[in-house]
Design a protein around this ligand. Structure first.
Ligand code: UDP
Length: 261
């Protein structure tokens, strides 16, 4: 295990690179937005340079955030997105968009063997208690009988993929034939409103929490759902774990953490 900040070059001998660097929770990537851009842009240049030098295969963890607040629903890979380039989410959205550009330019210009996955909302055990994203926030709040913080009216939608399914999809794209470079959407197409998610978590935890409505963050996408027909066709991949089952596993993990607090 080497701890390294990819904003700085690194010299290694490797066969495959999974570039998963960058915080993905809005509160964390907005904490130091300049560093978020550096991680995505300078970090990708350093990792692509490494891949080019050692002829490694390199996979980029891109994101559904490249679609911004989409005017096409569900989102397919050929949709170019609707991103506010000067908003508070731009450090992440535009950083990841530029990273995709770099991957495709290194591929065209230097023949680097690339893969790009666009990861939609993912959750599961081992998320940090202070992650700040919706599934972990709601579960912790419910288990502690604290208010459930819905941002906006809770009518915005997301589609949640369990971590084990996501990892299988990522690894299968890495191992796919070299002409399948992506981008490929990975996510669970079962769409929930945030209010429905809150109600489901309250039910599964038998919580006494009340729902509290907070302001909606700037540029928070109104609807999000992946079109995964490409992953189904080319990778024979689709999520296997139903949302209720995934939530139960995550709740039991967080319950264990709380007992050890
Ligand atoms: N959200 C919420 N309460 C929270 C955290 C998030 O209502 O405590 C909402 C957020 O505004 C967004 C959705 O849940 O509409 C998903 O947010 P998250 O931060 O998990 O990921 P995003 O999809 O926005 O990157």
């Amino acid at each position: 295990m080497i701890r390294h900040d990819i904003v700085f070059p690194i010299f290694l001998e490797v066969d495959e690179i999974y570039n998963l660097a960058c915080p993905a929770s809005p509160i964390h990537y907005r904490y130091n937005p300049v560093k978020t851009v550096k991680t995505n842009v300078m970090g990708s240049i350093n990792m692509l340079g490494l891949a080019k030098r050692v002829k490694a295969k390199i996979l980029q963890a891109s994101t559904s955030e490249v679609y911004g607040d989409p005017d096409i629903h569900p989102q397919k890979e050929d949709y170019w997105g609707r991103v506010n380039p000067i908003g508070q989410r731009a450090c992440y959205d535009e950083g990841k968009r530029c990273a995709e550009t770099l991957f495709f330019d290194y591929h065209r210009q230097n023949n680097v063997n690339i893969r790009v996955v666009r990861i939609f909302n993912t959750y599961g055990p081992r998320m940090k208690p202070d992650d700040g994203r919706v599934v972990s926030n709601f579960i912790f709040q419910a288990l502690k009988n604290e208010d459930i913080t819905i941002y906006g009216k809770g009518s915005q939608t997301r589609s949640f993929c369990y971590v084990d399914d996501m990892i299988k999809g990522i690894v299968s794209l890495m191992n796919a034939p070299d002409d399948l470079i992506g981008p490929v959407n990975l996510g669970n197409p079962v769409e929930f409103t945030i209010l429905e998610l809150a109600e489901k978590i309250l039910e599964l935890t038998s919580s006494k929490s009340k729902i509290k409505y907070n302001p909606l963050p700037e540029d928070d996408p109104i609807r999000r759902k992946p079109d995964i027909s490409l992953a189904k066709e080319k990778l024979s991949w689709e999520p296997r774990i139903k949302t209720e089952e995934g939530l139960k596993k995550t709740i039991s993990y967080f319950d264990g953490i709380l007992k050890n607090y």
